[in-house]
Design a protein around this ligand. Structure first.
Ligand code: SAH
Length: 252
């Protein structure tokens, strides 16, 4: 079997990340040796009795900043898989292609900030890059690390039961996924599109492709624009889909 994808997480709250990574899909991936998550407590590398990891910012201002010494010491003691990403709102935004890229790599590491942030020498002289999970500010990098772990972990080869299930979900080809339905066929007078119960696999595939396009066009036109608009075939498929939906109403 291939080596596990190893992800080292540096944090002052290792229990948070450990507890999360012990459950469900990530927990099973770890148990099966596909994913190797290692958390490291930055406080273990403090030298004072109070195990202080933060201090006031030079230049004044509110809040505290994580000191460089425990972070450098912690990372240097482990020599973790690289790249080592500092989690922060200023970083490259995580998206599905980046998650897939990280899942295919042998491993990487994450550093969680706290308070007002991290001494910038950590970013410039210890980390290899900066990673953000979105344009908002969290209180710390731990939740961001969990987001990265989960988005990446499920794409590590072998982790998802059905290898195909990563292939046609949202963002994998620049579109949102088609709507899914399960039993019962009628729930509170709400049916499901008849084509999905037809048993005709080619029609089901066509419907799903069309529904995926329609949904993306409605909710995320920016994704359609990023692909360079609709091809003639796609426009025709959407036309077919609209007729199909009128003939057999279901929520697209
Ligand atoms: N003062 C900083 C925010 C610090 S928030 C600023 O204005 O940019 C404290 C920590 O939370 C950060 O060091 C970072 O590790 C984490 N964090 C906050 N928002 C994040 C985001 N969008 N993505 C990833 N990590 C984030």
């Amino acid at each position: 079997m291939a080596d596990a994808c190893r992800v080292d997480v540096f944090t002052i709250f290792p229990e948070m990340v450990e507890a999360f990574a012990a459950e469900s899909l990530l927990g099973r991936a770890r148990a099966r040796g596909l994913l190797d998550v290692r958390t490291h407590d930055l406080r273990e590398h403090t030298t004072d009795v109070h195990r202080t990891v933060d201090d006031t910012p030079f230049g004044g201002g509110a809040g505290m900043v994580l000191r460089p010494e425990p972070i450098f010491a912690s990372v240097e003691a482990v020599d973790p898989p690289r790249p080592l990403f500092l989690l922060g709102p200023g970083g490259r935004r995580l998206d599905q292609p980046l998650a897939a890229e990280l899942a295919a790599s042998g491993g990487f590491s994450l550093l969680c900030g706290r308070y007002e942030g991290v001494d910038d020498r950590v970013r410039t002289h210890l980390c290899d890059g900066e990673l953000s999970i979105g344009d908002y500010v969290l209180g710390g990098g731990e939740v961001a690390a969990m987001v990265v772990l989960e988005a990446v972990g499920r794409l590590v080869p072998g982790v998802m039961g059905n290898a195909a299930s990563g292939g046609d979900e949202s963002f994998s080809d620049g579109l949102l996924e088609y709507p899914q339905f399960t039993k019962p066929a009628v729930f509170r007078d709400l049916g499901v599109p008849a084509v999905l119960r037809s048993g005709d696999h080619a029609r089901v595939a066509r419907w799903r492709r069309a529904a995926s396009l329609a949904r993306t066009l409605e909710h995320r036109p920016d994704l359609i624009a990023a692909r360079g608009g609709l091809t003639d075939d796609e426009a025709a498929l959407l036309e077919w889909f609209r007729h199909e939906s009128e003939a057999s109403p279901g929520e697209p």
